[in-house]
Design a protein. Structure first.
Length: 82
C-alpha cells in the first residue's frame, strides 16, 4: 500500500506528538503528591490509579511509535519513488 505525502506526514507527526504528550504525562504522574498515584502522597506504595495510568501511557507510547514508524516509512518510500 502506498501512502500519500500528507498522510505520511500526519502519521509521523502523530508519533512525535504521542511521545511528547505521554512522556510529559508520566513525568507528572511520577511527581504527583495529591495521593492519587501513591499512598501517602510521597512515593509510598503505588495505587491502582498509578498502575492503570502507567499501563495506558505505555500502550499509547507503543502505538504512537508504531504509527510514527509507518509514517516515516511512507515518507522514505515517497522519496525513493522520486
Amino acid at each position: 500500500m502506498k501512502l500519500s505525502r500528507p498522510v505520511s506526514w500526519f502519521l509521523a507527526a502523530f508519533g512525535v506528538w504521542s511521545w511528547i504528550v505521554w512522556t510529559t504525562f508520566v513525568k507528572n504522574l511520577w511527581k504527583d503528591a495529591s495521593g492519587l498515584a501513591f499512598e501517602g502522597g510521597d512515593h509510598g506504595s503505588p495505587t491502582t490509579y498509578f498502575w492503570v495510568h502507567l499501563t495506558l501511557a505505555i500502550t499509547s507510547l507503543a502505538l504512537g511509535t508504531a504509527i510514527g514508524v509507518i509514517g516515516v516509512r511512507g515518507l522514505r518510500a515517497l522519496r525513493r519513488a522520486r
